[in-house]
Design a protein around this ligand. Structure first.
Ligand code: NI
Length: 227
């Protein structure tokens, strides 16, 4: 299941992230790829410890912090520090691969199980050709090429690739997260339930059945979440 989160970054945040990344020291993207993914990976990436990465990452994490839809969709327990990549010129594609299941946060002993992957688009889609994120899941093949500031969330278990960028530059932020609810099916049920509860509240207010459904939601979350 792909979840499209629109306008995760405000116009101002987007402009700040772009400005930071414009002058950043991009390097070969194979630095974070596992050995199999490295063979498929042909893009540029920012060193995760450089000042530009830190500054842009803080803006992205701040935006995620206030995004209620992101929270209910991902139910995040740990977020691997967001990274930034760029597809341009001859470094322009990432062939089919699956993301590593467990990642250690550099410089720490902390491990993150990758339940969800996310791409937050920094470039506007009209500024490049190609650069589609193509995801194969149990429901078929889906692709995403979203407006700048939008994010797509998808299960890290999916095979995925980025089609070659044949014109312009595609800059994006990407990240992995461990969810409090490990199982995709359970996460999906909770997400759909929560969205509908919010919709019902908006339509009819906090009538008793809505309050009871909210209670069911929280009791399911309590049953399934590990924190
Ligand atoms: Ni990947």
């Amino acid at each position: 299941m792909l979840i499209h989160l629109p306008e995760v970054l405000t116009a101002d945040e987007l402009a700040r992230v772009r400005d930071i990344l414009e002058h950043a020291p991009w390097q070969d993207g194979r630095i974070t790829a596992g050995s199999i993914a490295a063979q498929a990976k042909n893009n540029l990436q920012l060193d995760d410890f450089c000042a530009e990465s830190n500054a842009a990452r803080d803006i992205v994490l701040g935006a995620l912090e206030r995004n209620a839809t992101f929270f209910t969709a991902a139910l995040p327990k740990r977020i691997f520090p967001p990274l930034f990549n760029r597809y341009t010129g001859s470094s322009n594609s990432f062939g089919s691969h699956v993301d590593n299941a467990v990642r250690t946060i550099r410089g720490t002993p902390q491990r993150v199980r990758t339940d969800l992957s996310a791409t937050l688009f920094v470039s506007e889609p009209q500024d490049y050709d190609g650069g589609e994120l193509v995801i194969e899941d149990t429901y078929g093949t889906h692709s995403a090429k979203l407006a700048a500031g939008d994010m797509v969330l998808y299960p890290s278990s999916s095979l995925h690739h980025v089609t070659p960028v044949t014109r312009g530059t595609r800059t994006a932020c990407f990240m992995w997260m461990e969810s409090m609810v490990r199982e995709l099916d359970r996460r999906r049920l909770l997400y759909e339930m929560d969205l509908n509860i919010m919709e019902m509240r908006a339509q009819v207010g906090d009538i008793e059945p809505v309050m009871k459904m909210t209670s069911v939601y929280h009791n399911l979350l309590r049953m399934w979440a590990s924190t």
